[in-house]
Design a protein around this ligand. Sequence first.
Ligand SMILES: [Mg+2]
Length: 203
Amino acid sequence: MKIGTDVEQDILRLHAVHDALPDIGFIGDGNQGFSREDCIRFVSGVKQFGGRLVLLEQPVVREDLEGLQAIRHLTGIPVAADESVRSLEDARRVVHLQAADYINIKIMKTGVLEARRIAAFALSAGLRLMIGGMLETRVAMGCSFGLVLGLGGFDVLDLDTPLLLSTDPVMGGYRYDGPLLHPWHQPGLDMQVPGQTDCMTIQ
Ligand SMILES: [Mg+2]
């Protein structure tokens, strides 16, 4: 769930979801919106109603690596660096300062080759991998899913942003099925994008 705008409102929203679905764990994505103190207050509020936070994603601004480090140590909840990692150099700083447990890889932040370098580096440094997106269609998201299938090692998949688009013009390729992603079986991305008069095939 998106958090990071208003601590009390964020706690109330998670509490409401917890009441409806008491067995779930939450990933809270702060999108850099919290101060360190806000985040600590948010975590204790969630703990108070019995909510289970499994991951805090980028609670504070991207430059505040010490803040990320403090939050993971003070709360005991794993932290994912998203906006803080836009290059391999950023990933090296995060590892050096022990600022995160996960790195959120996005090909829209780094391109595909740098994403591969960051993923290999993070795994070799003992971090875990998450993969996400911005607001791309299933063409780019299929490429990200291809990285997941090809490289392995990704623990958290957050590849749902195409579902937020009002229409999906892309045919074929991977398929959503509730919380599951089903791969495709043909070469390339196995997608077609219908045009005015013809159909472009993406391989
Ligand atoms: Mg994020």
